[in-house]
Design a binder for this molecule. Structure first.
Ligand code: COA
Ligand code: MG
Length: 295
């Protein structure tokens, strides 16, 4: 099994200067954006630039996976985006503003045709929908588990477009915490992803100068079950990678937990606390992740 993607760095698809920084990035994946970071007038140019950028990638070096955020289905750009970029063989497509699994199935169907047309392995391009950007989308999160979408890499969520769709003038409280609506959709995304047995990807942290805040909120996201996070600035990548990598202490503790259960009991005491099967499962998960990350 491959380790989950810890960091997905967004790069505007029409910025030559920012694209030039991608090769050196420590991000596990890059999302070349064709949607909100690109102005209407620049859409066609961005699509072309992104396609060429992916086609010209260095296939020998250890470089980030290259993903593309397409424009929303039903708009005038979505099909042109897919028709242009798929031939270059991106690792995956981020689908914004979906209403539910039916939209993801639609993109899956387009990809089946395009992969065949371009001689790519069937099913090789993965999908990451942003599953909370329209008012109806949160109600359909639970349907991903039954939808059995083989290309689905994970689910992520977004607050800004949902706020705009709801007519909200803000989405955080006085201390910067998400207000109830956004806490709700965040938790539902996490549970929907795990119910569908795919990755849960935390949304971006908008304050690009607040590294400490990003680190703290990313550690909390991992503790809750998210496996990675969106980045919007290169300075966020190392912080996110670190937060989604088990610490040496965590690995050490997980080993002790596994060792103490190896003695055969179903419930044990360790450091004065009761541990039972869920704790063993969590410890095994930490060790599996450490193994995949070659720690
Ligand atoms: N990818 C690659 N390079 C980036 C980058 C990104 N996402 N964000 C910033 N950089 C580069 C800048 O070009 C700059 O390069 P330089 O030192 O050669 O001038 C350097 O990193 C430092 O950038 P900084 O000045 O701190 O930020 P900025 O004011 O240039 O840009 C943003 C701020 C938010 C506009 C920029 O980070 C950005 O474009 N982020 C992604 C936006 C996006 O894709 N949004 C859609 C998803 S929500
Ligand atoms: Mg958006």
């Amino acid at each position: 099994m491959k380790a989950p993607i810890r960091s997905f760095l967004f790069v505007p698809g029409d910025s030559e200067k920012k694209l030039a920084k991608v090769a050196d990035s420590a991000a596990d994946a890059i999302i070349l954006d064709l949607e909100d970071a690109v102005s209407e007038a620049r859409k066609p140019a961005a699509r072309q630039m992104v396609s060429e950028f992916i086609a010209d990638r260095d296939r020998t070096a250890r470089t980030p996976q290259l993903w593309v955020r397409m424009n929303p289905l039903g708009g005038e750009h979505a099909l042109a985006d897919l028709a242009t970029v798929v031939s270059a063989g991106p690792a995956g497509i981020v689908i914004p503003k979906i209403d539910g699994p039916a939209d993801v199935l639609r993109v899956h169907n387009y990809l089946e045709v395009l992969e065949t047309a371009h001689g790519l392995d069937a099913g090789s391009i993965r999908l990451l929908p942003v599953a909370t950007e329209t008012p109806v989308a949160p109600f359909r999160l639970g349907e991903f588990a039954a939808a059995q979408l083989g290309r689905l890499y994970g689910l992520t969520w977004g607050a800004e477009d949902l706020s705009a769709a709801l007519g909200a003038s803000g989405n955080t409280g006085p201390g910067g915490e998400w207000t109830t609506t956004y806490q709700l959709v965040r938790s539902l995304t996490l549970m929907a992803a795990r119910a569908a047995q795919v990755e849960a990807v935390e949304t971006l942290y908008v304050d690009i100068r607040d590294g400490a805040g990003l680190a703290e909120s990313s550690r909390r996201a991992r503790a809750e079950g998210f496996s990675g996070r969106i980045a919007i600035h290169p300075a966020q990548v190392d912080i996110i990678n670190a937060a989604f990598t088990p610490s040496a202490d965590e690995v050490e503790f997980a080993k002790r937990v596994v060792d103490v259960f190896a003695e055969g009991a179903g419930a044990v005491a360790l450091d004065g606390k009761m541990l039972d099967l869920p704790h063993l499962k969590q410890a095994e998960r930490v060790l599996a992740l450490a193994g995949m990350l070659e720690l």
